[in-house]
Structures are given as C-alpha cells and as structure tokens.
Design a protein around this ligand. Structure first.
Ligand code: SF4
Ligand code: SF4
Length: 101
C-alpha cells in the first residue's frame, strides 16, 4: 500500500514505549500504518506518515501516545476543503515557517 507522506519532521506524534502494553489498538485504528506490532511490542514505522488524526491517542488506554490533533497538515487540508480556499494550518505560527504556502 502506498501512503501519502506530509512535510518531514513537523508531526507532533509522540510515543512512550515504557507505557505501552502491546495491546495493538493503535495499529488497528491508524489509517496510515504508522504503528507496527512485532513480538508484542509496538514500533513507529515512519512518523512522517502521521496525519495527526488523533485516533491512536484516543484509543490508547495507557497514555503511551500523545498527538496534537486538529492542527497541522490534516487540519489544513480539511479547512481548505471546507472554506474552498488554500490549505492553512498553525504550523508556522511559532516557527515562523509557512509550510502551507
Ligand atoms: S494502543 Fe497504546 S498500549 Fe496499545 S499498543 Fe498502542 S501504544 Fe501500546
Ligand atoms: S494520529 Fe492518526 S495517522 Fe497519526 S499515528 Fe495516530 S492514528 Fe495514525
């Protein structure tokens, strides 16, 4: 399967392996195959595949995942579709970059 990737190193996804029980829920719900379950341990395959939808963190009962959902590339694309304008997100507000430009 081919996954769309976004801008490198902007995603807010954090994974705390020490809290992970290997339940596999994040693997199940992630639409972009960001997590991989192997030998009862979860690994991140490629953080840049993450679109910050928040499904993994919402479904992790052990607080092993943190992601700032509702901002970034996914939000930018959705906002653009809703408003009929170009993608626009908050990524560049603090960094001064203009990733959607
Ligand atoms: S949902 Fe949480 S505890 Fe379960 S495998 Fe994923 S990170 Fe680990
Ligand atoms: S936020 Fe969404 S796309 Fe990113 S890793 Fe979690 S489930 Fe996958």
């Amino acid at each position: 399967m081919v996954y769309m990737k976004y801008i490198a190193d902007v995603v807010t996804l954090e994974f705390f392996q020490e809290k992970c029980t290997g339940c596999g829920k994040c693997v199940e719900v992630c639409p972009h195959g960001v997590f991989l379950l192997q030998d009862k341990k979860v690994f991140i395959t490629d953080r840049d595949r993450c679109m910050e939808c928040g499904a993994c963190a919402n479904n992790c009962e052990f607080g092993a995942i943190n992601v700032n959902s509702g901002v970034g590339c996914a939000a930018a694309i959705i906002n653009g579709m809703i408003t009929g304008g170009p993608p626009s997100c908050d990524c560049g507000v603090e960094s001064g970059s203009n990733c959607c430009g």
